[in-house]
Structures are given as C-alpha cells and as structure tokens.
Write a protein that binds this ligand. Sequence first.
Ligand code: ATP
Ligand code: MG
Length: 352
Amino acid sequence: MKKMNIGVIPGDGVGKEVMPEAVKVLDAIAEVHGGLSFEYKSYPYSCEYYLEHGKMMADDGLEQLKNHDAVFLGAVGNPQLVPDHISLWGLLIAIRREFEQVINVRPAKQLRGIQSPLANPKGFDFVVVRENSEGEYSEVGGRIHRGADEVAIQNAVFTRKGTERAMRFAFDLAKERNSHVTSATKSNGIVHSMPFWDEVFRSVGEDYQDVDTVSNHIDALAAFLITRPEAFDVIVASNLFGDILTDVGAAIMGSIGVAPAANINLNGKFPSMFEPVHGSAPDIVGKGIANPVGQIWTGKMMLDHLGEQELGQKLLDVIEEVLEAGYKTPDIGGNATTKEVTEEIAQRLKAL
Ligand code: ATP
Ligand code: MG
C-alpha cells in the first residue's frame, strides 16, 4: 500500500469550501486504486488563526509541514481581517521560501465543457514555468529624496543558478510533452537581465537538441496567448512575466476558478506545495458556489508529482466529462453548487 502523507491548509474564504471537496475527490481516487491511500493532517493556519494567535502559523508550523510528502493549500487572505502583506508573507511566502519552492508551474488548457472567452479557440494546452524565487520581485532597491525630486529604484535579481534551474525544468517538462519551449524575454528593452536570460536559455537549450525553442518578447507573447494560444507547449518566464502570463492563461480558460498551480521544490529537501491560482474570493464566500475545479485539478498536479501520472490523467478526464455533462458553477455559466460538481466527479471516479 502506497501511503501519501499530505499536509492540508484550507486557509481562508473559499479555500475552506473547496478544500474538503478536493479531499473527497482524492479519497475517491484512492478507493478506486486500491494500492493507494492518503493520510491528511489539517492545519488551521489562516487569517482567523492570526486574529487568535497574532501570527499566521504556529512557531513550529514549518517544522511540522516539512514532514509531509506534499502540502495542499486552499487560499490565503482576508483583507478585512488582516492586511494582505501580513497574511501572504506570514504563510504563503514563508512556505515558498523556507521550502525552496523555486519553480511555479501553471498549466492552461482548454477544457471540454467550458466556454473560453476567445471567439474561436483551437484547443490550446500549454504550461507556464515561472521562476518563483528571484527576478523582478526582489527586495533590492529603495527610495531617495522627497517631493518633486523623489526617486524609486527597484532592482531585478537574476542569478545564473536561479535562471538555469527554471530553464532546465522547462526543457525537462517539454520532453515529456510536445518538445517545444518558448522563452519570455524583453531583451530589446531591459538591457542587462534579459540579454542574460536569453544567453542562459540558449546555452541550456544546447543540452536539449530535440526540443524546439523560440524567444518571444513579453508584449508580443501576451498578445499571442490571445490570438494563437494553441501554438504553445511550455513557456519559461521570469517571476513577473510568469505572473502576468499565467493570469492570461487562467482568463482564456474561462475562469480563474479552474486554474491549477504548483510550487515545486527541486532539491528534495522539502515538500512541494499545491495551491490553485485563485484567491479566497471574499465576494462569493458562504454561497456554496465556489468552483472546486481549480482545487481538484491542483490535486491532480499533486498526484502527478507524487508519481501517479496515470491516475492524474484519469482525474482530469473525469473533470472534463463532468463539465461537459453540465455540472458547472456560476463562474463558468452553470448553476451547480460546489458540492454538486464534486459529488459528480467523485461518483464517476468510483465507477471507473
Ligand atoms: P488574491 O489577492 O488572493 O490573488 P484576489 O482577491 O485578487 O485574490 P480572487 O480571490 O481569486 O482574487 O477573486 C477574483 C475573482 O474571481 C472574484 O470575483 C472571485 O469571486 C472569483 N473567483 C475566485 N476563485 C473562484 C472560484 N473558485 N470559483 C468561482 N469564482 C472564483
Ligand atoms: Mg485578494
């Protein structure tokens, strides 16, 4: 019996609604598979936890989470209770950093049964590999002078190590997919970091002769994701560019509520963390209509990561079947509840 030991953090808002549903689906998979079981430990870390304890997680929170095969997270943030910079830095970013989750992986795929806002989508299916630890989101810089002479300086940090490992991850992934990597650059406007990025891309690419490569400037690339998203397989991008492209990816899928994501640890010293793209969605909390597909698809990425790709593929097939059969929450044009969608997915899995 293969046991997977999962640390579960439902978090805030709709995270608390979609997480139990995704767990039900994982249990349905384990039931079908026989040789597989999940063991969960749930952690209450959230903005409510902060109000009670003055911190987003227990002092030994990271120590405890470290022991799991993976961390499965819902959503963090409730700006009415706790300012975002406290909740995000105190939990999400603390885990990403401490567990060296240096790569963020975000697939975008046209799912059967969901209407993309694109007029005539031709079956796109790509993955953005986003550098998750450095780049434009560095804390290097500052502000000098006051008033009319004020200057703000923000430095981007690109290390060879950080850039190379993101590229290698993208190329390795492309080998398992359609052997095509697009690099998001802007070396015509950003004159130090982006030419460096291009250089590393070219040199890593030499180790992968059978993978096709293209470099696109970020502005053009963002437009291509609207006009011909089916042309892409794997896209490798810096922290900021990846952030932007993955929101475009979620948008063309039809709803942020379906978009999955993974924060990957590469050195095997710490668990990776699986967390959908959407936030806590305070505007729909308590209505029972949060789309569970993002969380469930994120669970599929966790299965893949833990070596169960075949089951992962089955799960995604069932998700698409259920959407096609019309079990859809309001954000994608249906009138089903979170629980109805999940129940249908779980039933169909058990019937496999
Ligand atoms: P964050 O700052 O945490 O990224 P946000 O406030 O920018 O979050 P979300 O919380 O993701 O963004 O919400 C953005 C919009 O998407 C809201 O209108 C929300 O209702 C909707 N949304 C987010 N997640 C879901 C979901 N699972 N199902 C349906 N709608 C969702
Ligand atoms: Mg928010």
